[in-house]
Every structure is written in structure tokens, then in C-alpha cells.
Design a protein around this ligand. Structure first.
Ligand code: ZN
Length: 397
């Protein structure tokens, strides 16, 4: 296939947009928006909302008071093709930690907190939407955009909204970053591991460590035993991993720790493996280690805050769409490769509702969640062109 004149005009609108898109990225990255920083996230949400409104989207918002606002933009029609676009404004990088602002590294790359994950993706999405609106391609089309601010903590506040929006959509496109390959190709994502988070809170009994150690029951030691058992469920062969990332408790070195807390993150490749893993996690959490001479448990453990995203599977429908995207990218001179990624994203929430979801269509970059996070500058335009073409052709399917 070759681009039609109309399609050439559509993607041609992004020729020469490099400076504009890069300035937009600079502007978004300049505002620090770690998930807990609701004020920062809201400043970016304001920019995104204004841009969507200027493009003819009717906007609304979900306010939680805990994290930044979730912005929903809609263009409505009763057309049969219903599309959902996803992005998030939050990052994992706290303000004032020495990794601030957008910085050009060289001719090809730039860095900054959230530049790849995923402020660059928001710039790509908005760039594509501008071109589509300017060429009239969104006239009488249904398109919903959801930009949330709690993705990096598993979308506990906005997840149900994303699920609800996905329920009656035919395609979800996620604008998390793609990754570059050494041969010049870049990836987009058609499968993601499922993930969950759990926290355990343990309560034992304090005692003086020297005077009366036998009267105490260490919540900390109880959780240390559990931590070792929990991480031992990791299995590279089955694609399951369990990480205990936080473990703390106690007050002073000479006091038996009365309280302790543990937070863990787990990943799984499919639902069956995920369910088995969760059974095993719960068994370990419930199994008492420290006991008195009569066998009575000494420490009480409760499980809290379970967050979960299902695994995003490459279904037949996803596979068909991915083949189209790969071939359509080729018409733009882009070499695209499918990737199955360990990290989760909100596209998995759409997939969970039966909406075919393709992710990783944002800017191309790497080293996400680290201070080396970087983007390929030219990919802002490349990926905006790709998104514009994919969206335009989706409506013609
Ligand atoms: Zn992300």
C-alpha cells in the first residue's frame, strides 16, 4: 500500500513540526509531576485539557483530592468505530532530587524526568490529533482521550474510569514509550505482564531487648521470614517475579519490634499463572512463623492495599492490528517491531475489558524510571505521523 494523497497531506502536516513538538516536551518536562505531587500533575493536566479543548474535544475531569486530576476528552459521534487513547502525566521522579528539566544530550537524544515515560507520548498523541483535526479526519468521529495522574502507582484512583471507557471501544492505543533497537528499528508493545502490589502490616509485642526479650514478639522478624518466602516464589522459567521493595519496622535497636510493614510487587505472564501466584502469596502472608511453646501465633499479619492489573495478552485481534501498524509504519519509512514487555500500563486495563489494546506508540526512548531516561528527538515527529496514520486508517477499517 502507498499513502493516498489525502494521507500524504495528513502526515505532511507534521513535517517541520520538530521544533514545536520538542518545545512542547520541554514545557511538560519542566513541570515536575511525580505521582504524589498533585499540584505539579494538575499543572500539566491544565495544559493537556486546554489543548484537547482547542481541538474540539469536550473535556471533563475526575478529581480525587489525592493525586492529580484525570482528564477525559471526548469527540462524539454515533459512528461505528470507537477509539480510546491513553496517557499519563505522572512520573516516578520527585522534584528537587537533582534530575530536573529537559536537556538535549546530542543531535539525536534528549533527557529529562518523564521525557520518555510518558510526556513524550503525550506530545506525540497531541501532535497526531492536531494533524487529524486540521485535515478534517476527526469530523464525525468518536474518539475518547484519557490522561490520568496515578499510572505509576497502578492507577488506583483512575483505573475504573479507564476500564469503563474501554468497555465500548473497539481499539485502545497507549502512548507509553517504544524502545529503540540497534538496527534502527523501534518497538511498540502488544503484550505486557500482569502485575499486582500488596502490603503486609504485622503487629507483635514490644519488650526491652535486654531485660525481657522473651516477653516480646517481633513483628519485624515475622515479616523477614515472610519476605524470604515471598521472593522465593520468583521463577524466571514461568515468568513470575516477586519483589519485596519495602520492609521496615521497630523503633530502637534495644526494643523488640512491635510493628512492621512490608510492600511487595509481583508480575505474571498470564491470568492462570497470576491466580496461582496470588494463592501462594496469600498462603505465605497468612502462615504464622513465630509461635509460643503451645504453638499459638505471636504476631498478627494483615494484608492491605491490593492493586492489580491483568496481563495484556496478544489476542488475535491485537495481532491483526499489530500487523497493520507494522506495515503502515513501513509506508512512513519506519521499521517497527512488536515487543512483549515486563512492565505494565493502563492499556492492560482496556485489554481486561475485552478492548484490543496496543501500547508503546509514544516517543522512542529508554532507561525509564532512571536518571538516564532519554528520548530519540526525531521520534517525536515519526511517532506523531504514525499515530495520525493509524488513527485515520482505523476509522476506515
Ligand atoms: Zn508510563
Amino acid at each position: 500500500m502507498a499513502l493516498t494523497d489525502r494521507e500524504a497531506e495528513l502526515v505532511g502536516r507534521l513535517d517541520g513540526a520538530q521544533d514545536l513538538l520538542e518545545q512542547e516536551l520541554e514545557r511538560l518536562v519542566a513541570v515536575s509531576s511525580e505521582t504524589r505531587d498533585a499540584a505539579g500533575a494538575n499543572r500539566i493536566a491544565d495544559l493537556v485539557e486546554a489543548e484537547l479543548a482547542s481541538l474540539g474535544f469536550r473535556t471533563s475531569e475526575l478529581v480525587t483530592g489525592v493525586v492529580g486530576r484525570t482528564i477525559v476528552g471526548r469527540r462524539s459521534s454515533d459512528s461505528s468505530h470507537r477509539l480510546l487513547l491513553l496517557g499519563h502525566v505522572d512520573t516516578v521522579h520527585p522534584a528537587g532530587a537533582g534530575f530536573d528539566g529537559y536537556r538535549v544530550l546530542d543531535d539525536t537524544r534528549a533527557t529529562g524526568p518523564g521525557a520518555a515515560d510518558m510526556k513524550g507520548g503525550i506530545v506525540v498523541m497531541l501532535g497526531a490529533l492536531r494533524a487529524l483535526v486540521a485535515s478534517g479526519a476527526l469530523e464525525d468521529r468518536q474518539c475518547t482521550v484519557v490522561i490520568n495522574a496515578d499510572e505509576e502507582i497502578g492507577s488506583p484512583h483512575s483505573g475504573d474510569l479507564v476500564r469503563a471507557e474501554a468497555t465500548d471501544c473497539h481499539l485502545c492505543l497507549g502512548f507509553e514509550a517504544g524502545r529503540p533497537n540497534a538496527d534502527g528499528s523501534s518497538t511498540f508493545v502488544t503484550a505486557r505482564k500482569g502485575f499486582g502490589r500488596m502490603s503486609l502490616a504485622a503487629t507483635g509485642k514490644a519488650a526491652h531487648a535486654g531485660v525481657d526479650p522473651g516477653r516480646g514478639a517481633s513483628a519485624l522478624i515475622e515479616l523477614c521470614h515472610k519476605a524470604v518466602d515471598l521472593v522465593s516464589l520468583s521463577n524466571a522459567e514461568t515468568g513470575v517475579s516477586v519483589n519485596v521493595g519495602v520492609l521496615h519496622g521497630g523503633t530502637t535497636a534495644n526494643t523488640v519490634a512491635a510493628t512492621a510493614a512490608l510492600e511487595l510487587d509481583y508480575r505474571f505472564p498470564d491470568e492462570e499463572t497470576g491466580a496461582d501466584l496470588e494463592d501462594a502469596l496469600c498462603d505465605i502472608a497468612a502462615r504464622n512463623v513465630l509461635r509460643d511453646p503451645d504453638g499459638k501465633p505471636l504476631v498478627a499479619t494483615v494484608m492491605k492495599d491490593q492493586i492489580r492489573r491483568a496481563a495484556m495478552m496478544r489476542t488475535d485481534a491485537v495481532g491483526r492490528m499489530a500487523d497493520r501498524i507494522t506495515s503502515w509504519g513501513g509506508e512512513l519509512g519506519l521499521r517497527l517491531v512488536e515487543e512483549s514487555r515486563g512492565g505494565s500500563s493502563d492499556a492492560a486495563l482496556a485489554a481486561e475489558m475485552g478492548c484490543p489494546a496496543v501500547c508503546g506508540l509514544g516517543v522512542v526512548g529508554d532507561a525509564f524510571h532512571t536518571r538516564d531516561e532519554w528520548v530519540l528527538r526525531a521520534s517525536l515527529v515519526d511517532r506523531a505521523k504514525l499515530a495520525a496514520l493509524v488513527i485515520d486508517r482505523f476509522y476506515a477499517l
